[in-house]
Design a protein around this ligand. Structure first.
Ligand code: NCD
Length: 304
């Protein structure tokens, strides 16, 4: 039995095979309609979500399976004081696979110690978000055709943004990737990511506070929301939340084939007028996420 807590729980070969499966699903949807018949997915979301939870649920339904679960800690026995481990143990009697989101880093890892069914981390605090990374990787694959030799800019909340941490980790396994981190001082990429992933793998990177100066070199611009819910101080959040707003004038010197990504939800970081720019890929990420989750569920249930 395999759990997916971190993107490196999947090898590069496994990710390539998930991408191949996702593309086959896109082209042959009817072939997969009953693959998970009589199987149940439980979505245990102790923290709010729109895309990730509904994407998991849509993925399982499109595979012919069914879905149970809860969408907030307040609607589960966690509000009565039940531990995550007890909740997961119990749900293992009802479901064949669990997708779990939790505000505490490491909660899904603790759950694996007692779980009799595969657990997929659907986001743990500011830590990891491997299935968003699978969505991001399929998007990059479909837009660019490869992962090597790309200059990837990450902009916004690089401190708390778990999607950034997971994608940097995934990209560290390809060659010729250059990273550009655009953030205010207070929201810089954590030192442990620099030491344990970026420097360990000899990846070139720069840190800057302005997007205009680096825009011409970027192949990918990954925008992020400032993660207000992880701030200790509301005044800091209000001061930093609109630090970067991507508007059409900022793209004047950008590459014609720049790929603009965002895990969503968007607040103000990308002006609505960018949505019609052919370089906007953030809604494509949403769709790709569902196909990759379908491929992952099948893999973990032994279907591929
Ligand atoms: C992200 C998350 O939850 O980390 N959203 C998502 O899953 N697509 C990003 C965010 O909340 O800002």
């Amino acid at each position: 039995m395999k759990h997916v807590l971190d993107i490196t729980d999947l090898s590069v070969e496994e990710i390539n095979s998930l991408i191949d499966t996702a593309i086959d699903i896109i082209n042959n949807k009817e072939k997969y309609q009953e693959v998970c018949k009589h199987k149940k997915l439980a979505t245990l979301f102790f923290e709010p979500s729109t895309r990730t939870r509904l994407s998991f649920e849509a993925a399982m339904l499109e595979l012919g399976g069914s879905v149970i679960g809860f969408s907030s800690a307040s609607s589960s026995s966690s509000s009565k004081g039940e531990s995550v481990q007890d909740t997961v143990k119990v749900v293992g009697y009802y479901a064949d696979i669990i997708a779990m989101r939790h505000p505490k880093e490491g909660a899904p890892m603790a759950a694996t110690a007692v779980s009799d069914v595969p657990i997929i981390n659907a986001g743990d605090g500011g830590h990891h978000h491997p299935t968003q990374t699978l969505a991001d990787l399929l998007t990059i694959h479909r837009e660019k055709g490869h992962f090597d030799n790309l200059t990837v800019g990450f902009c916004g909340d690089l401190k708390f943004g778990r999607t950034v941490h997971s994608l940097v980790n995934a990209l560290s396994r390809y060659t010729g990737i250059k990273l550009v981190f655009i953030s205010p001082d207070e929201l810089k990429i954590p030192q442990y990511i620099k030491t344990d992933i970026i420097e360990k793998n000899g990846m070139p990177y720069v840190e800057t506070q302005t997007m205009e100066s680096v825009m011409p070199e970027l192949d990918i611009l990954y925008m992020t929301r400032v993660q207000g819910e992880r701030f200790f101080n509301e005044a800091d959040y209000i001061r930093l939340r609109d630090y970067y707003i991507l508007t059409p004038d900022k793209l004047e010197n950008a590459k014609k084939d720049l790929c603009i990504m965002h895990p969503l939800p968007r607040v103000n970081e990308i002006a609505r007028s960018i949505d019609s720019d052919p370089r906007a890929c953030y809604f494509k990420q949403v769709e790709n996420g569902k196909f990759m989750r379908m491929a992952l569920i099948m893999k973990l249930l032994g279907g591929i």
